[in-house]
Design a protein around this ligand. Structure first.
Ligand SMILES: Cc1cc2nc3c(=O)[nH]c(=O)nc-3n(C[C@H](O)[C@H](O)[C@H](O)COP(=O)(O)OP(=O)(O)OC[C@H]3O[C@@H](n4cnc5c(N)ncnc54)[C@H](O)[C@@H]3O)c2cc1C
Length: 377
């Protein structure tokens, strides 16, 4: 039984694990966008995306649960980092609507996102607004029966393959963070242009979006004017511990690969796992992983229960799990020796896949700021 989870959630874990082992362990040669699109469709067909939206709009439960998202992210990441990323983006690109959208917006977007028929994106980051999102420069100026959006967003996951973007723009720059509003914008809206596909260390469909006098109707506004940053933070609060879960999934796979290789690879007449130096490495990796997993599921449980300390626990979980996963993957590669570096092999892939988790949705340093702020308030 998974700690902090009920039987239903433990069953979900068994189901996703079996699916991931069947469909994700062998990589196809498709290009990244094609593979990303296919994965979203498959996740929809398997009903896994039902966990990113609420029951009223076709979802699995009355409310979106962090523990469900963690289970899915952990098991998908154990199979394929891109499958995890595509799952996470359907949550990131829909939760602002779940939290603050009106019934019409929810009815239009949430069911299709859950079926995998609409790929979602979340466009917050800009060149001068990374960790400091309140300083974003994209403007939304009242125009006709809506707003005119102007600005450039970068590092936007699903750029070019998304069907809908949650766009954050300032309706009142004088108010800084309190002047930011959120909009749901269809990818086909004139003026929304994919300027660049950005190649990263690990394959991920990310890029630069330009909003070039992009006119949107008033009914694309999510919540009220000025609530955008609050909506963004509520969304990131839900997703934060789930990034830790993805890290746990990658680290779990790395540990399994290291154990298997350590037992099979022989040097000096014996399996390398028999050397105490390597056995101790495995013991430390397993202990680090277990600590990370417990922090992640504790944080998710705290969030689902509405615990006052959920925010701090989520930051601790993301910080610890992503840093631990980096250590574990590095040690797994060390145990593989040069074989672990061969391009395309699982350890080489994990080594590249794990790195971004310490950066996106709040860097490790930003998690420390959040934890310290809670301690010192
Ligand atoms: C794979 C990937 C996918 C992404 N997808 C999306 C997406 O879909 N949508 C989106 O909007 N964004 C996305 N991003 C962007 C991501 O959210 C930002 O990269 C992240 O918020 C950090 O911003 P930055 O990279 O500009 O770093 P900066 O903010 O420039 O930080 C640089 C360094 O300074 C440190 N630092 C900054 N401020 C402080 C401080 N006050 N105290 C201490 N240290 C500090 C940081 O921790 C970091 O080490 C994605 C990024 C990646 C890597």
């Amino acid at each position: 039984m998974l700690p902090f989870c009920d039987q239903d959630q433990s069953d979900l874990r068994v189901q996703v694990r079996a699916w991931a082992e069947k469909w994700l362990f062998d990589r196809s040669d498709e290009d990244i966008d094609q593979r990303a699109r296919r994965l979203v469709r498959q996740l929809g067909q398997e009903s896994f995306l039902n966990y990113v939206i609420a029951k009223d709009y076709g979802g699995a439960r009355s409310q979106v649960q962090a523990r469900d998202l963690c289970i899915l992210r952990e098991e998908l990441a154990r199979g394929d980092a891109l499958a995890d990323a595509m799952f996470a983006m359907q949550a990131l690109g829909s939760y602002p609507l779940t939290r603050a959208g009106n019934d019409e917006q929810k009815s239009r977007y949430l069911p299709v996102i859950a079926r995998g028929n609409c790929i979602a994106a979340f466009a917050l980051t800009e060149a001068e607004a990374g960790s400091d999102v309140a300083s974003l420069a994209t403007r939304a100026i009242r125009h006709g029966n809506g707003f005119r959006l102007t600005g450039i967003k970068r590092f936007i996951s699903n750029s070019g393959i998304a069907d809908s973007y949650i766009v954050f723009a300032s309706t009142n720059p004088d108010l800084r963070g309190r002047g930011i509003s959120a909009f749901i914008v269809d990818a086909t809206t004139p003026g929304l242009i994919v300027k660049e596909k950005t190649a990263l260390l690990s394959p991920h469909p990310v890029g630069v979006i330009s909003l070039d006098n992009c006119n949107v109707h008033e009914d694309t506004l999510i919540g009220k004017e000025g609530q955008g940053l609050q909506i963004a933070f509520q969304t990131l609060d839900l997703l934060r511990c789930t990034v830790g879960a993805a890290a746990v999934g990658l680290a779990q796979r790395a540990l399994e690969e290291a154990i298997q290789y350590g037992k099979q690879r022989r040097q000096f007449g014996r399996a390398i796992a028999e050397f105490q130096g390597n056995a101790f490495k495995l013991a430390e990796m397993a202990t680090d992983l277990e600590a990370a997993r417990l922090l992640v599921y504790q944080a998710a449980w705290a969030r689902d229960c509405g615990d006052d300390n959920a925010k701090q626990k989520s930051s601790m979980a993301k910080l610890y799990a992503t840093e631990a996963a980096q250590r574990i993957v590095d040690q797994a590669l060390q145990i593989h020796g040069a074989n672990g570096l061969i391009a395309g092999c699982i350890t080489e892939r994990l080594y590249r896949d794990v790195r971004a988790l310490r950066i996106y949705e709040g860097t490790s340093e930003i998690q420390k700021l959040i934890i310290a702020r809670e301690l010192l308030k």
